[in-house]
Design a binder for this molecule. Structure first.
Ligand code: SAH
Ligand code: SF4
Ligand code: F3S
Length: 461
């Protein structure tokens, strides 16, 4: 496929010329942009970077595709379902594009980075003007200029692993919580996973860059900072050291991070979490499977015993230490007995939350070539079985908080009644309680009265 290298393709390009061009095409009315990011928080931060670029050239944002001059779907490729949703959306843009030919439709991100997807869009979805992958966010202006100027379609999915561009800042939606990427890419090649293919190899941001950004966010009043990476434990300059440094920033805020790969989760990491007052006492530690044979097939590089050892160590120091996990059900070749080992492990490790998924075949990965005899309908039943099992143990495990007082960051209005607010505890558990809306964005202490399967109920003390 003829991927153009976009940088400097058009000698006339400058930001002023781009702004003039936008004015030419859309007239004096402020052009509107619809931007939606699918997938993980990492992808959302890319979306926020695009948002910043777009706001600087005069666009405002809209939640409706109908009145948008620029439509951007920032996509995820992790499971088939995510991709199906995007194709469903693209289908609907056909009429829109016919009615308003000046509307620019753009598909970017992880899904677009895959050759077969870009090719499919090129052949079958003429309504899409611009396709670019995860390496091209910083060429957005040039690409937009080219599309508006020449009316030609652009496909830019080349894999130039450039240095991290510290000039691309995020325009964040929330004023309370901020995500901060500390590294990009992944080196682990779990056999089911597409991420290493669409995000390239690991690259870590410099400690100073992360430190400065977090300090700035705290000064701006942010109360919760989430450090992001596919495997923060392999952060290039020492993750526990980074946590300790960020913990020394003055201010009333807390620090979260995700994800942690169990193969690199050390006692030093647990000790650091426990010793740093601003770091939440919670670890999202994706287990994926509770069966050694499957873990091996997945190329996860740990055994159930090694996984258990991390949990046991943390709980020997703090009995209530909170763990959450990701689980894949129905990996190729997995038997019902092997699935039951996962179910048993989920019961035993008492996760505060699990994010569980039916295995989804990703073309280009090793697992896609493995024999798979169980129907997806059957796997769906296993998933339900797992969730029911987890729900049963979970309410009891959550009851450990009843009678205790938790520090809650208030997020928004609650679900329980009009008078309720909702927030999150250190453990990232949803807590609801009665309080005035002026509390949104601040920390409150809440005494827990009741544990339900989706949240804790309590009252402000
Ligand atoms: N880097 C993170 C995971 C990112 S993807 C980590 O290793 O923890 C988030 C979750 O999606 C994974 O933990 C896994 O449970 C799930 N996942 C990834 N690929 C999948 C696939 N092909 N089918 C089903 N679930 C998948
Ligand atoms: Fe995927 Fe494994 Fe990398 Fe996580 S660590 S992004 S599951 S390859
Ligand atoms: Fe994230 Fe999906 Fe890409 S989970 S890294 S947006 S494939």
């Amino acid at each position: 496929m003829g991927n153009k290298t976009i940088c400097c393709i058009n000698k006339d390009f400058s930001i002023d010329n781009l702004k003039r061009l936008i004015l030419d095409v859309y007239g004096d009315n402020t052009p509107l942009c619809y931007l939606h990011s699918f997938g993980c928080q990492q992808n959302a931060t890319d979306g926020e970077k695009l948002k910043n670029l777009i706001s600087k050239i005069g666009y405002k944002f809209t939640y409706s595709t109908e009145n948008a001059s620029l439509i951007i779907l920032n996509t995820c490729a992790v499971r088939e379902h995510a991709e199906d949703r995007v194709f469903g959306n693209i289908g609907r843009f056909k009429r829109l594009k016919e009615e308003k030919p000046n509307t620019i439709v753009c598909i970017c991100g992880c899904m677009a980075q895959q050759k077969h997807i870009a090719e499919r869009i090129k052949q079958n979805y003429r309504q899409v003007d611009l396709v670019f992958g995860t390496f091209a966010y910083n060429q957005f202006y040039e690409m937009l200029y080219e599309v508006l100027n020449t009316k030609k379609r652009i496909f830019n999915i080349s894999e130039q692993e450039s240095d991290i561009n510290e000039n691309l800042k995020q325009l964040r939606d929330s004023k309370i919580k901020a995500s901060v990427p500390i590294m990009y890419g992944c080196n682990n090649f779990c056999t089911y996973c597409i991420v290493p293919y669409v995000r390239g190899r690991e690259r870590s941001r410099a400690v100073e860059a992360v430190f400065d950004e977090v300090s700035g966010l705290v000064k701006d009043g942010y109360k919760e900072i989430t450090l992001l990476g596919q495997n923060v434990n392999s952060y290039g300059y020492g993750f526990p050291k980074l946590l300790r440094k960020l913990n020394r920033i003055d201010g009333d805020f807390r620090i979260r991070f995700m994800s942690s790969h169990p193969k690199d989760a050390t006692h030093e990491l647990i000790d650091t979490i426990l010793e740093c007052d601003k770091v939440c006492k919670h670890l999202h530690l994706p287990m994926q499977s509770g069966c050694n044979r499957i873990l091996k097939e997945m190329n996860r590089n740990y055994t159930v015993k090694e996984y258990a050892e991390i949990i046991d160590y943390a709980r020997s120091k703090k009995p209530n230490f909170s763990f959450t996990s990701d689980i894949i059900v129905g990996f190729p070749g997995e038997t019902y007995e092997e699935f039951c080992e996962t179910k048993e492990a989920v019961k035993r490790f008492r996760f505060d939350n699990i994010y569980s998924f039916v295995y989804s075949k990703r073309s280009g990965t090793k697992a896609a070539l493995m024999e798979d005899n169980i129907s997806s309908k059957q796997k769906g039943l296993w998933l339900r079985e797992l969730l029911l099992e987890h729900r049963e143990v979970n309410v009891e495990w959550m009851s450990r908080f009843v009678g205790k007082t938790l520090r809650i960051l208030v997020d928004k209005e609650g679900r329980t009644s009009d008078e309720h607010l909702q927030g999150r505890s250190d453990e990232n558990i949803i807590v609801e309680f009665i309080g005035g809306k002026e509390l949104i964005g601040s920390f409150v202490n809440v005494r827990i009265n009741k544990a339900m399967n989706w949240a804790l109920l309590g009252e402000i003390v």
